[in-house]
Design a protein around this ligand. Structure first.
Ligand SMILES: O=C(O)[C@H](O)[C@@H](O)[C@H](O)[C@H](O)COP(=O)(O)O
Length: 244
C-alpha cells in the first residue's frame, strides 16, 4: 500500500513572477535538487497541453534550476512526428527547451522525446521504455518530478476516465488507443508509473477545470472516474490552481 499524504495546494492567479509561480518553481526546484544530491541527476516528466508551458517558462527563467543535471521525458505523447504541430515535444521544445540548449544551460542529449515509430506494432513505446531505464537507473526507475496538466474530465497524461488504459497496472510506458481527446493514438506513463513519482505537480488552471478539481478533492470519486487522483499516491503531491 502507498502511504497517502496530504497534498499541498498552491493557489493564486498565475502571472510570471507571481507568488503562485514562485512557490511552484520552489517546489519543483526542491524535488530536482534533492534528486541531484542523491543521484547526481534528476528525471522530470512533462505532458502536453497549454498549462504546462507557463510552469516550464518559470523554470526556464529561474537561474537556480539545475538544468545541467536534468533529463526530460514525456509523461505522454501523441503518435505524431516530432515536427507535427500536435506534438507534445514541440510544444515544450520551441519556447523552453531549445532556448535552454542554445544558452548552454543543458545539452540536447538530456532531452528525451518519444519518437513515434509507425513501423513498429507498439509505435515505439518499448524503445522509449528502454531509453528511460538507461537514464532513470540511478533513481529507482521513477520520475523525480512529474508535471501533469489536468483535463476538464479529470484525465492526466493520456489516462482518461473509464478508459481501458487505466486497467494496465504494469509499470512503464504504455500504448493508448481510442483516446477521447484527439489524436486517438498516444503513449502514456502507466498509472503505477505516475503513482511511483517522488513529486507530482497537478495543474488546474481556468474555470473549465473547476469540476475536475472538485472531483479530485472528493474522497468518494474513484480513480477510474477521475484519473488525476493517481497523483495522490506519489510521495509528495502538489496542486497548483487559480480556482478559489
Ligand atoms: O497530450 C495531451 O493532451 C496532454 O498531455 C494532456 O494530458 C494535457 O496535459 C491535459 O489535457 C491538460 O491540457 P491543458 O493544459 O491544455 O488544459
Amino acid at each position: 500500500m502507498y502511504a497517502k499524504q496530504p497534498y499541498e495546494q498552491i493557489y493564486g492567479s498565475w502571472e510570471p513572477a507571481s507568488p503562485v509561480a514562485a512557490r511552484t518553481a520552489a517546489v519543483c526546484k526542491q524535488a530536482l535538487r534533492q534528486a541531484v544530491a542523491e543521484n547526481g541527476q534528476a528525471v522530470i516528466a512533462i505532458p502536453g497541453g497549454r498549462s504546462i508551458t507557463r510552469v516550464l517558462e518559470a523554470l526556464r527563467d529561474d537561474p537556480e534550476v539545475p538544468w545541467e543535471h536534468i533529463h526530460i521525458f514525456w509523461v505522454d505523447e501523441r503518435w505524431v512526428p516530432l515536427e507535427h504541430p500536435d506534438s507534445n515535444f514541440g510544444a515544450a521544445w520551441q519556447p523552453v527547451l531549445q532556448p535552454l540548449v542554445a544558452a548552454g544551460r543543458m545539452h540536447q542529449d538530456q532531452v528525451h522525446p518519444f519518437r513515434y515509430r509507425s513501423d513498429l506494432p507498439d509505435g515505439g513505446v518499448g524503445l522509449y521504455q528502454s531509453e528511460f531505464r538507461q537514464y532513470a537507473a540511478d533513481s529507482a526507475e521513477r520520475f523525480d518530478l512529474v508535471l501533469l496538466g489536468v483535463g476538464e474530465d479529470g484525465h492526466c497524461a493520456s489516462l482518461f476516465p473509464r478508459h481501458p488504459a487505466l486497467a494496465e497496472t504494469g509499470y512503464g510506458f504504455i500504448a493508448v488507443d481510442n483516446s477521447p481527446k484527439p489524436p486517438p493514438q498516444r503513449m502514456s506513463a502507466s498509472r503505477t508509473m505516475i503513482a511511483a513519482a517522488r513529486c507530482a505537480v497537478l495543474l488546474f488552471f481556468g474555470e473549465g477545470k473547476r469540476t475536475a478539481l472538485e472531483r479530485f478533492g472528493d474522497d468518494e470519486v474513484p480513480i477510474e472516474a477521475c484519473p488525476c487522483k493517481i497523483a495522490l499516491q506519489a510521495v509528495h503531491t502538489v496542486v497548483v490552481t487559480d480556482l478559489g
